[in-house]
Design a protein around this ligand. Structure first.
Ligand code: FES
Ligand SMILES: [Fe+2]
Length: 438
């Protein structure tokens, strides 16, 4: 029996939650385990709706979605909808997206307005959420506008990302994110420009998606093209409080499982999969000129940046080449390279086995690249072919979700490579075990 099993469980305010708990490894070789009900059962999804999403900071939209006074953007998560609005004075505010009369969802999608007028009985709110007009007011007897403002939620901005938090309790955004911003500072995210965004429905729980982007181990099976120049074995990890974490995947180094691959083959795999990063075309052949594949790739990226007028001189070789993945708990993945920056967001769907995957792509634009207006988010139908590696990930998420429903599996077994999953799920347990105080 493991030491963990002999420890008497601490009393909890949520006994219905215990059967879903992460079982930590025992430190003596036994791996951590996750009951599969966390991904499959409505009871667990309901716990998340009651205790996670109303009580955490979460990415709602980008500042480019609400760039001008009067711009508004809806953010949906589960059965809740919020509204991010830029007021006439330029201030960003966020509200529950429900009319205080009879709850009509005020706004859907994105838009621009001088005031927020309800489509049901035409009540009108200012961009600051204050109630301005009640049609046929006398019909309500005595009501005070001040009592019927749109219900506000907290809002914070980090770089181009607008976060909201429905609970008034707990840390502000800056404290919540720590130490993610300071460790990402060298990458100058404020110099990146949005170049594409899309969303797609997925046949997988939102955590199945987050898990998939929290480890590099799956390169070995799901991405046979990438393992030719990515080293999952020597990926490094940092685990932080509040469920945040990062990993750094070395590029330009082949999987140690295939030691016979020579440097030219490693470089060729890099070109075949990430040609644009190197400033090359698919099928081009690398000329290593005596360099290792990694050194050659560093030189290619530096050369491409210089040719495009982008300043990469402050980056060390790791920052130039490697693949940095951050998790901002609970559901936002930041994938950072010297040039590219992508945000992945997983939102729960209307069933534990369904979710929405949202994607934003940013580039560091050089003197040869025009910025142009920010692109609108594309809504892809389920199953859309987007790009080879992306579809490998999305298909993999669906197959994991489908496989977890099998009667032949009760729990997930997590090894050292899954340490970021353990960190995230431990924080999720901490949040779910205690009811929201408000
Ligand atoms: S529900 Fe909005 S005015 Fe009636
Ligand atoms: Fe992947």
């Amino acid at each position: 029996m493991s030491p963990a099993a002999t420890t008497k469980a601490a009393p909890t305010k949520a006994p219905e939650f215990d059967r879903y708990r992460l079982r930590a490894g025992d430190g003596a070789g036994l791996p951590a385990r996750l009951p599969k009900g966390r991904y499959l059962e409505e009871e667990f999804a309901a716990l998340e709706r009651r205790r996670l999403w109303p009580a955490t900071w979460q990415l709602a939209c980008l500042t480019t979605d609400v760039a001008e006074p009067g711009d508004w953007c809806e953010y949906r998560i589960g059965d809740q909808s919020y509204l991010v609005v830029r007021d006439h004075d330029g201030e960003l505010r966020a509200f529950h997206n429900a009319c205080r009369h009879r709850g009509f969802r005020l706004c859907e999608g994105k838009g621009h307005a001088d005031e927020l007028r309800c489509g049901f009985h035409d009540w009108c709110y200012g961009l600051d959420g204050s109630l301005r007009e009640v049609v046929y007011r006398k019909n309500f007897g005595v009501i005070a506008n001040d009592d019927l403002s749109l219900a506000p939620v907290r809002l914070g901005v980090w770089h181009q990302m607008v976060f909201i938090n429905p609970t008034p309790d707990g840390p502000d955004l800056e404290e919540f994110l720590d130490p993610v911003p300071s460790t990402l500072a060298p990458f100058k995210l404020d110099e990146r420009t949005l170049t594409a965004s899309w969303t797609i429905p997925l046949a997988g729980n939102w955590k199945t998606t987050v898990d998939a982007f929290n480890e590099a181990y799956h390169v070995e099976g799901l991405h046979p093209g990438l393992r030719g120049f990515m080293d999952a074995l020597n990926t490094t990890y940092e685990l932080w409080d509040r469920g945040h974490s990062m990993m750094k995947i070395p590029l330009g180094v082949g999987s140690p499982r295939f030691p016979d691959a020579d440097q030219a083959q490693v470089a060729q795999a890099f070109v075949d999969n990430y040609s644009s990063m190197l400033g090359m075309a698919p099928g081009d052949h690398p000329d290593l000129d005596g360099r290792s594949a990694r050194d050659w790739a560093v030189d290619k990226v530096r050369g491409r940046a210089a040719a495009e007028g982008v300043d990469f001189t402050h980056y060390n070789d790791e920052q130039i080449l490697d693949d940095y993945h951050y998790l901002v708990f609970p559901n936002v993945v930041l994938n950072v390279h010297s040039d590219l920056f992508t945000i992945f967001r997983a939102r729960p769907g209307d069933h534990p086995g369904r979710s929405h995957f949202d994607f934003w792509l940013f580039h560091r634009l050089g003197s040869h690249n025009g910025a142009g207006p920010p692109p609108e988010m594309i809504e892809f139908p389920e199953g859309t072919v987007i790009a080879e590696v992306v579809n490998q990930d999305l298909d993999g998420i669906g197959r994991v979700q489908a496989g977890m429903a099998s009667d032949g599996i009760d729990e997930l077994v997590l090894g050292d490579f899954d340490c970021r999953l353990v960190n995230m799920h431990a924080e999720l347990d901490r949040v779910l075990a205690h009811p929201v105080s408000s």
